[in-house]
Design a protein around this ligand. Structure first.
Ligand SMILES: Cc1cc2nc3c(=O)[nH]c(=O)nc-3n(C[C@H](O)[C@H](O)[C@H](O)COP(=O)(O)OP(=O)(O)OC[C@H]3O[C@@H](n4cnc5c(N)ncnc54)[C@H](O)[C@@H]3O)c2cc1C
Length: 383
């Protein structure tokens, strides 16, 4: 076994960390306070080749492996959660389905500009009444001549209002059980509209809005892959997306850990640094333990993916563990700082609010336990 990062992976980490420290971290507080989408940052990330990191060079990407991509998301999250969510959604949800299932023409038209950072991508699966139970999708796409006509509504779609294209799941075969297909909807399509910028607990600079489809017409060749395979496709997309969310959880937790461990050495109480008290050093040790375990799980899941081996269970485990331990690390980091942890003078309250989404998005903790249980025990449903 070799636990060292490859020279390319180290290079990615150093380059993204440097960029994130210079360009992303200084704006994180402003992005949170104003809810402004950091569009300029994404232009700069495009120029650096980050927007197409894992995609083939043939389509404008950098052909980096999944471990490097996870490291890039981790480093962006360490600097700003809102930017990281938009980035992870662009890579893992909005662009990856085209790389996985798209035709050459679809890759040229939609993946290339996304990979080159000219457009931002979104993935519209969740509906107002169907989140975990995404098979209950009600949005429909009906074939009329050589066009699909889409009607329905989606909810919580990250990047939707700024997206160059959206991957949209819709019922195309109403008489079958899993009658869902995935379609590529260009951002400016007539009949496409967006809800308001949802006020959220955290990740306030990422845009996650409702999306409405009112007779949205797209050419028939915007169907992604095979008709009726949308359900299987999005399960595969979510496996990859979970690696991204685990990376985000680790980046945010690392940022909280950095603040807390520095503070524990600098702050004195009763004549000695608070880090000299066992209850504080135990918290710091537990935080380091959680981070280390989560990172090993994340890199192993990404490594399995790079080796073209099954990684669905490991991605679910990494996402579940990293998001839960990450939340605890952020909570404990606030505890280490006492009153200052609760204050906006330090970034911990923002990081804690940002981290809170991660046990919910791309599979709640409850659903991930179901997924992992099924991997181990098999599917008892209907037996
Ligand atoms: C900021 C943000 C960004 C998002 N971005 C996107 C995006 O880009 N694209 C997209 O498609 N979606 C996105 N989502 C949606 C997200 O993936 C869903 O919120 C999530 O899957 C949960 O669905 P739900 O909110 O409908 O909760 P529900 O599915 O209604 O779940 C409610 C509760 O019931 C539990 N539950 C449900 N079913 C079961 C079960 N079988 N067993 C045990 N417990 C169960 C859940 O774990 C949860 O605790 C985003 C959400 C947020 C908040």
């Amino acid at each position: 076994m070799n636990f060292d990062l490859t020279p390319e992976q180290q290079l990615t980490r150093d380059a993204v960390r440097d960029f994130a420290n210079r360009e992303i971290a200084p704006k994180a507080r402003h992005v949170d306070e104003t809810g402004e989408f950091p569009l300029e940052t994404f232009h700069k990330m495009g120029a650096l080749g980050l927007m197409g990191l894992p995609f083939p060079e043939e389509y404008g990407g950098a052909a980096a492996d999944s471990v490097s991509t996870a490291i890039a998301i981790e480093e962006v999250a360490r600097a700003c959660g809102s930017t990281a969510l938009a980035y992870a959604a662009h890579i893992g949800l909005g662009s990856a389905p085209i790389a996985l299932f798209g035709s050459h023409a679809q890759k040229e038209r939609f993946l290339r500009p996304a990979a080159e950072g000219k457009t931002i991508a979104a993935f519209a699966l969740t509906e107002p009444h169907a989140g975990s139970d995404a098979g209950a999708t009600r949005t429909t796409a009906r074939l009329a001549g050589d066009q699909w006509v889409i009607n329905g509504a989606k909810m919580w779609i990250t990047n939707a209002p700024v997206a160059g294209h959206l991957i949209v799941t819709a019922v195309t075969n109403p008489d079958e059980k899993h009658a869902i297909s995935a379609l590529i909807v260009p951002g400016g399509s007539a009949g496409l509209s967006f809800g308001k910028h949802e006020p959220k607990m955290g990740l306030r600079g990422s845009l996650s809005t409702a999306v409405m489809f009112d007779d949205v017409r797209i050419p028939h060749d915007h169907l992604l892959g095979t008709r009726g395979r949308g359900f299987i496709q999005f399960l595969k997309v979510l496996d990859g997306g979970r690696i991204g969310i685990a990376a985000m959880a680790i980046g945010l937790a690392q940022a909280a850990f950095d603040v807390a461990s520095t503070y524990a050495k600098e702050r004195s109480a009763f004549g000695k640094p608070i880090g000299a008290y066992e209850s504080i050093s135990n918290m710091i040790a537990d935080m380091a333990l959680g981070l280390h375990a989560a990172r090993l799980m994340l890199y192993q899941a990404a490594w399995l993916r790079d080796a073209n081996r099954p990684y669905s269970r490991e991605a679910a485990m990494a996402k579940l563990y990293a998001s839960e331990v990450g939340e605890r690390i952020c909570r404990d980091a606030i505890q280490v700082l006492g009153g200052y942890g609760y204050s906006q003078e330090f970034p911990l309250e923002r990081i804690y609010r940002d981290q809170r989404l991660l046990t919910i998005g791309e599979g709640t903790s409850e659903i991930l336990r179901v997924v992992i249980g099924r991997h181990i025990l098999g599917d008892f449903v209907g037996k």
